[in-house]
Design a protein around this ligand. Structure first.
Ligand code: ADP
Ligand code: MG
Length: 243
């Protein structure tokens, strides 16, 4: 469904990405992992059609991406919520931009707030919420437009360990229930192994593909306690350390 082909990116004379190629199947979850500064965010923005590659191309369903697609939602690292808008208005934002009528909007937003455990917080502002709740608002907003592809840039990195695990479970459930194709940038090995059916490992800058690890066992919360899970984490640690 998503085909990343030979992507390179220069910022002036800094090479951020170098010939990155991989594919994500429809309904698959793909984790992208690599050291800080290796070009993960750059790669995600290129996949979202927001940044133009210097070389290569990204295709979604066979069509070259050269502007943001309606079927793609992007969640940035800092959530991107509007502090002056309520939870309800933040979630409704994408629907309003698409001119959805108010009745449909209300139904859709309420359904999402319920699903995301945010009922009763419609009128709250982001600053009144915990990190995990803010994150859920950001995901609810992205999901509201029913994207076929959900791109996330280190969405859980600002959460404490416990809310982080809770949100990982939440994302796993969301992925299983909706069948959305998900691409998740992370610098956590455990997170990549828990959520990524495919794990793309990048080298240090300029980011090149170091390995693509299949991780078919993904899909159950109990995976994080299984032997295979620990083995896979070990394997990834080895791959990341290898020069
Ligand atoms: P990561 O997300 O893996 O930490 P980034 O994609 O943010 O890495 O950045 C990769 C490299 O490209 C870094 O060296 C960064 O400084 C550089 N870079 C990213 N965006 C820009 C930009 N808009 N202008 C100049 N350099 C940039
Ligand atoms: Mg980044």
């Amino acid at each position: 469904m998503i085909s990343v082909k030979n992507i390179s990116k220069f910022f002036e004379d800094i090479k951020a990405l170098d010939g990155v190629t991989f594919e994500v199947e429809r309904g698959e979850s793909c984790a992208i992992i690599g050291p800080s500064g290796c070009g993960k965010s750059t790669l995600l923005l290129i996949m979202a059609g927001i940044l133009e590659p210097s070389e290569g191309e990204v295709k979604v369903d066979g069509k070259t991406v050269n502007s943001p697609l309606r079927s793609v939602a992007l969640i940035l690292q800092d959530f991107g919520l509007f502090p002056w808008k309520t939870v309800y208005d933040n979630v409704a934002l994408g629907l309003r931009l698409r001119g959805v009528d108010r009745k449909t909007e209300k139904r859709r937003v309420e359904e999402l707030l319920k699903k995301f455990g945010l009922l009763g917080f419609e009128r709250a502002y982001p600053k009144q919420l915990s990190g995990g709740m803010k994150q859920r608002v950001a995901i609810a907003r992205a999901i509201a437009i029913e994207p076929q592809i959900l791109l996330m840039d280190e969405p859980l990195s600002s959460l404490d360990a416990l809310s982080r695990e809770e949100m990982q479970n939440f994302l796993l459930k969301l992925w299983k229930e909706t069948g959305t194709t998900m691409v998740l940038v992370t610098h956590s090995i455990e997170e990549a192994v828990f959520l990524g059916k495919k794990i793309v490992v990048l080298t240090e800058r300029p980011g090149k593909i170091k390995a693509v690890v299949e991780n078919k066992e993904v899909g159950d919360e109990s995976y994080r306690h299984e032997e295979v899970f620990f083995e896979r984490c070990k394997l990834l640690r080895r791959i990341i350390r290898a020069t």
